[in-house]
Design a protein around this ligand. Structure first.
Ligand SMILES: *Cc1c(COP(=O)(O)O)cnc(C)c1O
Length: 354
């Protein structure tokens, strides 16, 4: 059943588009002309509205600020070669959006309403989807608690919003990463599988320290013994070992990435063996040393595949084969782009056409 979205639209008087330098688009700094907002009150979602992008006014007592009832999603819209605008697998983000909402004791949004909201605001700002190769329109849906009340209880009111920002080619520098054995991103029973705002705030100090030690990112390990690999920063992680694609199985400490799922499906289509299971640090470091680990990379919407050149573990560096020569990464990137940009038939139905 498809629910109909009752949407009020107030258009911006002037577009900011002429001021945008599409050759210089750092991630997350430029926003499009419009944004979508909706309110949850009296047990239901109402006031779905698209308005000009701008500041909002809120009580300083809102519980999202004080107690972190806040989460987000992240996905992208692509301009196909024939001019069509597509959003990559928004149905998967809709499901994950509601998983995050449930874990944080927040209201869910019907999946088709979520997707229609994204499509409506992207449609209105479709001229903001860059036409340049590798440039996309990043879509940021989010929800936060708005009760002006300092009690530590679930809020009774919430705001759902969608903002959009054109973003340029992600600088895919090969990464030098550190296996984190002191700090923890997520523990069993916690909410690592939710895109909860608090997960990212807590990761900033460990990342800052790693950066100061000369690392670009952190490999998160399990909270109990720091023995098993979980994620790479705010991305999933996978390895090619003995020609097999190996990745940590999803659990409540791991964010179930849409890109991860897409990469695993495509690898199987390539005829590759795929293993989703616990992956220990020892296994990966041994495989790097004996030359059987040929690829290591982070997987997520932002970078697609972010290749790892070097892994630091307890003061020792483990060097991977030159990522620039990886046949696997080039093939996987092309397979994903071919689908996203409509260059091959979308047999899996991954593109939502706006
Ligand atoms: C968003 C995110 C990912 C990647 O998910 P995608 O759906 O592929 O973008 C992986 N890990 C964490 C912690 C994340 O926040």
């Amino acid at each position: 059943m498809t629910e109909t979205l009752d949407l009020k639209i107030t258009k911006a008087k002037n577009s900011k588009l002429p001021q945008v330098d599409f050759d210089n688009l750092p991630f997350g700094k430029t926003f499009s002309d419009h944004m979508l907002t909706a309110d949850y009150e009296d047990g239901e979602w109402k006031n779905f509205e698209i308005v000009p992008y701008g500041n909002i006014s809120l009580s300083p007592a809102i519980s999202s600020i004080h107690y972190g009832q806040s989460f987000f999603e992240g996905l992208k819209a692509y301009r196909n070669d024939d001019g069509k605008i597509t959003i990559f697998r928004p149905d998967k983000n809709a499901i994950r959006f509601n998983k995050s909402a449930e874990r944080l004791c927040m209201p869910t949004l019907p999946e088709d309403i979520f997707v229609q909201c994204l499509a409506a605001v992207v449609d209105l700002d479709r001229d903001w989807v860059p036409s340049k190769e590798n440039c996309t329109l990043y879509i940021r849906p989010f929800m936060f608690a708005t009760d002006p009340f300092l009690g530590v209880t679930p809020s009774s009111t919430y705001k759902f919003m969608v903002i959009l920002g054109p973003s340029g080619l992600y600088f895919s520098k090969n990464l030098r990463v550190k296996v984190e054995t002191e700090y923890t991103r997520a523990a069993e029973g916690g909410f690592g599988y939710a895109k909860a705002a608090g997960n990212y705030g807590g990761a900033m100090l460990p990342l800052k320290k790693a950066n100061e030690q000369g690392f670009d990112q952190i490999i998160w390990t399990d909270a109990k013994n720091h023995e098993y690999i979980e994620e790479l920063g705010a991305a999933n992680i996978a390895f090619v070992i003995d020609g097999k694609l190996i990745t940590p199985s999803t659990r409540d400490t791991i964010l179930n990435g849409v890109t991860r799922d897409s990469v695993l499906q495509l690898a199987k289509d390539f005829g590759m063996e795929v293993e989703e299971r616990r992956v220990s640090i020892a296994e990966v470091l041994t495989a790097i040393e004996n030359g059987t680990c040929t690829d290591a990379f982070g997987i997520g919407t932002a970078a697609t595949l972010a290749q790892i050149a070097e892994i630091g573990y307890q003061g020792k560096d483990y060097i991977l084969p030159n990522p620039t020569h990886s046949v696997f990464a080039a093939k996987m990137r092309k397979a994903l782009d071919d689908i996203k940009y409509g260059r091959v038939e979308d047999v899996k139905g991954w593109n939502y056409i706006v």
